[in-house]
Write a protein that binds this ligand. Structure first.
Ligand code: PLP
Length: 416
């Protein structure tokens, strides 16, 4: 598109042709009175603003000019050491060499792609796939293979060997909200070990369990047989402060084998040289003071009530047209149309006109083919807005179904 309009001066790389406007919409300025159910956004009223103010003051006193200087590419040593302690387990002692601090968790995915992917390489990824990951890897034009959790061990190992790495979000996947059960986690880890494959576990939602006890992560499952030497496991575990404190900090991390961490640093030095020293110093103070743990209980209470409200509203207003399961954690409700012909891409402008937005399924499929599902976020809005959002969406669906196919939205309007 942009190439057509400004082609004379702007010779865009070919990957930009598959741009989608959804992420920019999700985090952008919303039309007045529109209800944003599209973004994976936390509730801003839960952000610990006073605690961040106090932590900033302490960080500047403690680090002085160091907080405003360039720092090591892999991150502030004190923060790396803290994260290494947090992720150490009996039988798996991590050191700072196992940790790189990134500017949000998404940056780790970007840099992993830059460091590992040659044009056309394959990635084995949970399907549907986190939109940010798809975007991050686009410049390498990868082939996306869908991870089949139920594949036989031999087939799983072969699929892993055919790919540069395997990517999954076992805790409340984005977009489906799915919680991967323990036997599947164990089987995937066993296959990765047998295939000697890199297994990337992205875990931004691991603290957001609303029912039941947390399952061990793939990284947890790997602990216990590492001995006392340096960590040499198959799992690269990604985390972030975006969901536990606030995404505006843009602090994330990758924890794993030092060689993989080093590969991420190689890409990082050619991008931002290092995550903001200032924000890392503040993040260190926040984590040392346990601020993420302190806000956790209120966050769970708030999000559980919102999850319940959206699930009840979806039951009332949307179940005629969609099927879904209530998620036990995370931020999303995933709906599949009862009629597989329903296209949530062409529905999108109709929903926007009704004053509600959501994430259409095509953006979570690198091929863009998955068209009959949609993702709703339940953490950003209070309960009455969620209920009203479900009502508006139901109205949009009925309007959309009454329109002749050609009139339901041009490809210009279609998001992704
Ligand atoms: C699956 C997944 N990975 C990574 C991220 C990255 O978040 P951030 O870059 O804000 O840490 C998100 C954010 O929504 C996500 O859903």
């Amino acid at each position: 598109m942009a190439e057509d309009r400004r082609g004379a001066i702007l010779r865009l790389a070919s990957w930009t042709r598959s741009d989608n406007p959804i992420t920019r919409h999700m985090v952008g300025v919303q039309p007045p009175d529109s209800i944003n159910l599209a973004g994976g956004l936390p509730a801003p009223e839960l952000f610990p603003v006073e605690e961040v103010r106090a932590a900033t003051d302490r960080a500047l006193r403690r680090f002085g000019p160091r907080a405003l200087a360039y720092g090591p590419v892999a991150g502030l040593p004190e923060l790396r050491a803290l994260l290494a302690r947090r992720f150490s387990r009996p039988g798996r002692r991590l050191g700072p060499e196992n940790v790189v601090v990134t500017s949000g968790g998404l940056q780790a995915l970007d840099f992993l792609g830059r460091a590992l992917l040659e044009r056309g390489d394959a990635i084995l990824a949970q399907f549907p796939t986190y939109l940010g990951a798809i975007d991050a890897w686009k410049p390498a034009h990868p082939r996306h293979l869908a991870l089949d959790w139920d594949a036989a061990p031999d087939a799983q190992q072969a699929a892993m060997q055919a790919a540069k790495f395997t990517y999954c979000v076992p805790n409340f996947s984005n977009p489906t909200g799915e919680l991967v059960p323990l036997p599947r986690r164990r089987a995937l880890l066993a296959a990765a070990r047998a295939a000697r494959a890199l297994l990337v576990e992205d875990d931004p939602y691991g603290a957001l369990y609303y029912d039941g006890s947390p399952l061990p992560t793939l990284f947890d499952l790997e602990a216990g047989d590492g001995g006392e030497g340096p960590y040499r496991g198959n799992v690269l575990h990604l985390g972030t402060l975006s969901k536990s404190i606030g995404p505006g900090l843009r602090i994330g991390w990758a924890v794993g084998d030092a060689a993989v961490v080093d590969a991420i640093c190689m890409a990082k030095q050619g991008s931002d040289i290092g995550t903001s020293s200032f924000v890392q110093a503040v993040a260190l103070e926040l984590l040392e003071a346990g601020v993420d743990h302190a806000v956790h209980d209120r966050m769970i209470e708030t999000y559980r009530a919102r999850r319940d409200a959206l699930v009840a509203a979806a039951q009332e207003h949307l179940s005629r047209r969609f099927v879904f399961e209530a998620p036990v954690g995370g931020m999303f409700l995933w709906l599949r149309a009862r009629d597989p012909a329903l296209d949530t891409g062409t529905l999108w402008p109709v929903a926007m006109a009704e004053g509600v937005s959501y994430a259409p399924s095509a953006v979570f499929d690198a091929s863009g083919a998955l068209h009959d599902c949609l993702r709703l976020n339940f953490t950003l809005n209070p309960e009455p807005r969620l209920v009203e959002g479900a009502r508006r969406l139901a109205r949009a669906v009925e309007r959309h179904l009454q329109q002749p196919p050609a009139a339901s939205g041009s490809s210009e309007d279609k998001p992704g």
